[in-house]
Write a protein that binds this ligand. Sequence first.
Ligand SMILES: N[C@@H](CCC(=O)N[C@@H](CS)C(=O)NCC(=O)O)C(=O)O
Length: 198
Amino acid sequence: MPKLTYFNFPGGRGEDCRIALHIAGVDFEDDRVNGPDWPARKPGSPFGNMPIYEEDGRILGQSNAILGYLGRKHGLLPEDPWEQARHVAILNHAEDLRWTIGGTFSLDAEAKQAAREKLTAGAIPQWAARAEAQLGEGPFLAGDQLSVADLKLFVVMKWIIGGGLDHIPASVFDGSPRLLAHFEAVSGHPGVQSWYAR
Ligand SMILES: N[C@@H](CCC(=O)N[C@@H](CS)C(=O)NCC(=O)O)C(=O)O
């Protein structure tokens, strides 16, 4: 049985991989690692981090490589090479936002507040406008067909909209209503709904 290993919380870089596997109907081992157990497992991981995907005795790291693989294998990426590359670009755009915000976690309280307020005023709305410019008629990036890039955008936005980040308000996306509509469309997808209802 394929195995997806990631921290034991419903978010982050592993959550979109889990949802993709769920939507693809893959019976997979959902291996959830509690924080204190990670240091012992880290040396055995391909890139020193998670998520990790294992299948047929092989092991794959890097969230976007995992999503790309699952997308190609299970029809969650367009078949047209150009469109597929465009979706991969969106995976990377979402990853850029994770790194931009991730850089604030190690700051002391005062510097963190200042950095996040600056991101809220500039880099995050700019990121959202660039993501929005990639949307077509909707509801998803490839029209009616959900892709792993839709899931990655959804999970990274959920992190912010969920209000878990001090000094970055959910309203940070208000200037990009079509991106918010995309978020709602992914949120309402039957496969996403059934993942959260399980
Ligand atoms: N570029 C990697 C980054 C992975 C990453 O930083 N994962 C974090 C959790 S979201 C992690 O494993 N942190 C623990 C560590 O680095 O030891 C990817 O996209 O998978």
